[in-house]
Ligand binder design. Structure first.
Ligand SMILES: Cc1ncc(COP(=O)(O)O)c(C=O)c1O
Length: 402
């Protein structure tokens, strides 16, 4: 008997994403991903919530969807109805909400419902890599709109919509992360939200609002959601508990009118998102969310200050950035001679992982010397040491900082 190993390669269809690289553990100084602050995780509260809800309702786990139907655990949706009204001005009912496995599944479901190969959508030029990659994989063309310090530039959006109209192209949606944008950290002011809605109405293009960082504004005051400002619908809103509680829970949500919801539900083929997570979140959040989030924000803000001070100390003038009003990322511009994609490997070899700018932008050239740093999950000491190590590598590779 020969022991030639079975070869799956010829069976794998064309068009799959590139093969994954095996995980070898986290780097010493990992500034990537959307991870959260482990010390701010409300662990005791989640443990108590799990115990209480399991003792009270645990037997409902015997049914798919608990006793809440396919849109997710009803008490969690009811918590969201109250939260979205209080924080974002959204008036909706539990029937307008679908609980998803992270807001990534929300992205998949909205895309699955609205997009076909060859379509065009509008996005912010610098944008969440997960959104850009999904669009490219679907064969959809993302048109990037430049941002300034107040988020998506509305003059550029208007020009892009006019240009597409002249070409006979009606984009499928305007995708925006208006409240603490990823990666730039900008917040779209109310006036721009209203203008975006006017353009959306004039061109018949809906808005896809991704609001997963909305709880992380340092001041605690957020503008109303675009969904809330719309008087005629045409907005789909997604959110997440990843950034406010914990990303590993994998709980997000979609708020959408029934004509969209009814088309998304058949695409959610996992027979419901994890019930335990939804139950624990509902139990915990009802009494504790509004107390927990300010503590998390304070801790994140302090880490951001450490990151900005470390960059000033070790990079000096070579690192340019705006002080973001919230979130977990800093979008850093290095001198033009630095190629962030080429900085990645030597930095990794020194134990520092960064997100190179071109992976977070549709304008690869403009983002060439930029990087995104997540400051949430490292300790203050690690942030400081990681930036020092990164500066050493950057100096060796590119001669900056001097
Ligand atoms: C803008 C944006 N949308 C969606 C997601 C997905 O988050 P999750 O699936 O954990 O809710 C992320 C994660 O970083 C994000 O930055």
């Amino acid at each position: 008997m020969t022991s030639t190993p079975f070869d799956f390669t010829p069976l794998i269809p064309a068009g799959l994403p590139p093969a994954a690289v095996r995980w070898t553990g986290r780097a010493k100084y990992d500034f990537t991903g959307g991870n959260n602050d482990p010390d701010s995780l409300p662990l005791e509260g989640l443990i108590a919530a799990a115990e209480a809800v399991m003792r009270r309702e645990g037997r409902t786990l015997a049914s798919y969807g608990l006793t809440s139907g396919p849109q997710g655990y009803r008490p969690l949706r009811e918590f969201l109805v109250a939260k979205l009204k209080a924080d974002a001005g959204i008036r909706c009912t539990a029937d307008d909400i679908l609980i998803t496995s992270g807001s990534l599944q929300g992205l998949e479901l909205v895309n699955g419902t609205l997009l076909a190969r060859g379509d065009t959508v509008i996005i912010e030029e610098d944008c969440y890599q997960g959104s850009i990659n999904r669009l490219l994989r679907l064969g959809v063309t993302p048109i990037g709109i430049p941002l300034d310090r107040e988020g998506m530039r509305i003059d550029a959006l208007a020009a892009a919509l006019d240009d597409l109209k002249r070409k006979g192209v009606r984009p499928k949606y305007i995708y925006t992360i208006p409240t603490v944008q990823n990666p730039t950290g900008t917040i779209l002011p109310v006036a721009r939200r209203r203008k975006m809605l006017e353009l959306s109405a004039a061109h018949g293009v809906p808005i896809f609002e991704d609001d997963c960082y909305c709880d992380l504004i340092w001041s605690g005051e957020r503008p109303p959601a675009i969904y809330a400002l719309s008087e005629r619908g045409g907005v789909i809103h997604i959110g997440s508990f990843s950034k406010s509680i914990a990303p590993a829970l994998r709980v997000g949500y979609i708020v959408a009118p029934w004509d969209v919801m009814s088309r998304m539900l058949p695409l959610k083929t996992d027979a419901g998102s994890g019930a335990l997570e939804q139950m624990v979140l509902a139990e915990y959040c009802a009494g504790n969310f509004s107390k927990h989030v300010p503590l998390l924000r304070r801790s994140l803000r302090a880490k951001l200050v450490t990151l900005m001070e470390s960059l000033k100390e070790h990079f000096g003038e070579a690192a340019e950035f705006d002080d973001p009003r919230g979130g977990i990322f800093l979008w850093v511009k290095l001198p033009d001679g630095v190629d962030a994609l080429k900085l990645y490997q030597p930095a990794l070899a020194a134990g520092v992982v960064i997100n190179p700018g071109p992976e977070w932008s549709v304008n690869k050239e403009r983002a060439r010397s930029r990087m995104r740093l997540c400051f949430a999950s490292l300790s203050h000491e690690e942030i400081h040491q990681g930036v020092a190590a990164l500066a050493d590598v950057c100096r060796k590779e590119f001669g900056v900082p001097r």
